[in-house]
Design a protein around this ligand. Structure first.
Ligand SMILES: *[C@@H]1O[C@H](CO)[C@@H](O)[C@H](O)[C@H]1NC(C)=O
Ligand SMILES: *[C@@H]1O[C@H](CO)[C@@H](O)[C@H](O)[C@H]1NC(C)=O
Ligand SMILES: *[C@@H]1O[C@H](CO)[C@@H](O)[C@H](O)[C@H]1NC(C)=O
Ligand SMILES: *[C@@H]1O[C@H](CO)[C@@H](O)[C@H](O)[C@H]1NC(C)=O
Length: 284
């Protein structure tokens, strides 16, 4: 094939291509996930639960909305803690770039802080420790408050970390009916990140409700000496997906009354994790 024709063909596929699915987990099993064994103190958020790997805290189950990963928070004396809960991360790292769509029924209630997010395992990668390694929060919500939040964490290693948008600008610009499952999406490209609500891929394109877009000019990563890494670091390397239900912790317990009467037992049900990659080349 002539190189001109090849160029034309790859141009065509670039313009005609779009997001192609590379991963689809309906939680028939937990093969793609690692349950974390972690204390609330180790979470870095002063959380009140102990995340265990036991079946009671992390399992799959058939539910009224279909097969699901169940992250179960409950009141229980466990290794000096008063609550246990579940937290998993993806066995492998994904990205950089693509469309990540996670469908879940998210619990609301006093003291609850469920989250769907992305962080390299152990909070460290080639750029260093948190938040130089980057953190992408697709969905967080606390207590009985209505809003959902999407936030990026980046900058230097703690305490030189930064987050964007700052409250209240990281709030979803609409209310959420938390009694129903929803899809929380991240369109992650070299030049921007867009958070999506109840979106899906139609003909290779993301369609749904846009939460907001953050251009890559906003984010950066720097080392302990304050020297910035080039390019669109830290969001240009693969990372892990993280799903958890925190009980208590700095954020919810800052809100008056939220941690007075913790609403447990509580479950987050995750029905589906899909990852899509932008197709840019045709097979030779
Ligand atoms: C969880 O971590 C604790 C503390 O490090 C350890 O004692 C315990 O054996 C671990 N449990 C599992 C299931 O790995
Ligand atoms: C468990 O509850 C007791 C009694 O309220 C409290 O003193 C203790 O700090 C709690 N433990 C943790 C790890 O939160
Ligand atoms: C939120 O966004 C508005 C409008 O862009 C801006 O004026 C304000 O400073 C932002 N608030 C914070 C806390 O960054
Ligand atoms: C605590 O929450 C439970 C369930 O939401 C409720 O029935 C109970 O009245 C609450 N207790 C207090 C003291 O607010």
């Amino acid at each position: 094939m002539s190189s001109k024709l090849l160029m034309l063909l790859s141009f065509l596929s670039l313009s005609l291509g779009g997001y192609m699915q590379i991963f689809n987990d309906n939680f028939e099993n937990l093969d793609n996930w690692v349950a974390e064994n972690m204390t609330g103190a180790q979470s870095g958020n002063n959380e009140w639960e102990y995340y265990t790997t036991r079946h009671v805290n992390v399992h799959t189950s058939k539910t009224s909305y279909g097969q699901a990963l169940v992250l179960h928070a409950q009141k229980e004396s466990y290794q000096g803690y008063n609550y246990t809960s579940g937290k998993v991360h993806s066995k492998i790292q994904w990205g950089p770039y693509g469309f990540f769509n996670i469908k879940a029924l998210v619990p609301k209630g006093n003291g609850l802080w469920p989250a769907i997010w992305m962080l390299p395992t152990g909070g460290v990668n080639v750029y260093g420790t948190w938040a130089a390694c980057g953190e992408i929060d697709l969905m967080e919500t606390v207590c009985t408050l209505d809003p959902g939040y999407s936030t990026l964490h980046f900058g230097g290693p703690w305490p030189n970390n930064v987050r964007y948008p700052m409250e209240p600008n990281n709030t979803y610009p609409f209310t959420v009916d938390w009694t129903k499952p929803h899809s929380f999406g991240l369109e992650w490209q070299e030049t921007f990140m867009t958070f999506w609500f109840d979106a899906s891929i139609v003909n290779g394109i993301v369609q749904g409700t846009k939460i907001f877009t953050i251009p890559s000019s906003i984010w950066y990563s720097q080392n302990t000496q304050g020297v910035k890494y080039p390019g669109n670091a830290p969001f240009n390397v693969p990372t892990n997906i993280v799903l958890n239900v925190a009980v208590g912790g700095f954020w919810p317990c800052m809100i008056p009354g939220c941690c007075d009467n913790i609403s447990v037992p509580a479950n987050m049900y995750v029905y589906n994790v899909q990852i899509w990659e932008l197709s840019q080349e045709i097979a030779s």
